[in-house]
Design a protein around this ligand. Structure first.
Ligand SMILES: N[C@@H](CCC(=O)N[C@@H](CS)C(=O)NCC(=O)O)C(=O)O
Length: 239
């Protein structure tokens, strides 16, 4: 059994999609980040970075103690190795999968994440930040579109690299992007969308995530996500 410490966001859906695709037994443990559920000493023992998702594998392949894994990219690699699925076997394709996974983890995710932050969560009046991250988000979509012009899937066969990118592409609509504008992404996106594991893995939805409305936060919620409560938790000596 694998516990998934979960929120229905792009990073959370990467893990739920992969687990469905791999057929690994799991249960979702829902967190409410607005309430600060993730800012506890107990969760820091699972994920020292106190972000979601994280998993705990209660039946690791070495037969040892339950094993926690954090960072969605590391979780995808761990699950691919555990299941023997969704990581290409051929060395070149395996390297391609790792390259595009790293690209997603270091580029597409963080840059789109900042665009979401400044467009949807930050107070008005950050035109430089909005322009900077919208441009970078668009550039990364153009990079993805060119790759998918040349290959059916990122590593030529469906892999954890595609799973890492798909939920972020889905969320791009709420920061003003029209996926139909990127014809090769559209072909890839539609093909992945109808996979039964993707439908199942994204069945826990977050309506706010997919609406284009700005997200109003109370002072307490903002503090849990971006302010003093978040910092106090990271700096706490308590374990
Ligand atoms: N690089 C991390 C990012 C995780 C992340 O930032 N998760 C968000 C939700 S998608 C989160 O936990 N936010 C809560 C917070 O920032 O305090 C990963 O891919 O797992």
């Amino acid at each position: 059994m694998i516990d998934v410490h979960f929120v229905p966001t792009p990073n959370g859906h990467k893990v739920s999609m992969a687990l469905e695709e791999m057929g690994l037994e799991h249960r979702l443990i829902r967190y409410d980040m607005l309430k600060g559920d993730h800012l506890t000493p107990a969760f820091r023992r699972i994920n020292p970075n106190a972000r979601l998702p994280a998993i705990v594998d209660h039946a690791p392949s070495d037969g040892g103690d339950p094993f926690p894994v954090f960072e969605s990219g590391a979780i995808l690699v761990y699950l691919a190795e555990k299941s023997g699925k969704l990581m290409p076997a051929a060395p070149r394709r395996r390297s391609l999968a790792m390259q595009w996974l790293m690209w997603q983890m270091a580029g597409l995710g963080p840059m789109h994440g900042q665009a979401h932050h400044f467009i949807r969560y930050a107070p008005d009046g950050n035109p430089y930040a909005v322009e900077r991250y919208t441009n970078e988000a668009r550039r990364l979509l153009a990079v993805l579109n060119r790759r998918l012009r040349d290959a059916e899937y990122l590593a030529e066969e469906y892999s954890i690299a595609d799973i890492s990118a798909w939920p972020w592409v889905r969320a791009a609509r709420v920061i003003g992007f029209e996926i139909a504008e990127f014809s090769h992404i559209k072909r890839w996106f539609d093909a992945i969308s109808i996979r039964p594991a993707v439908v199942a893995g994204t069945s826990v939805a977050n309506p706010a995530l997919l609406s284009s409305l700005r997200v109003p936060l109370t002072a307490e919620q903002w503090s849990n996500l971006f302010g003093q409560n978040m910092l106090a938790s990271a700096e706490s000596e308590e374990d």
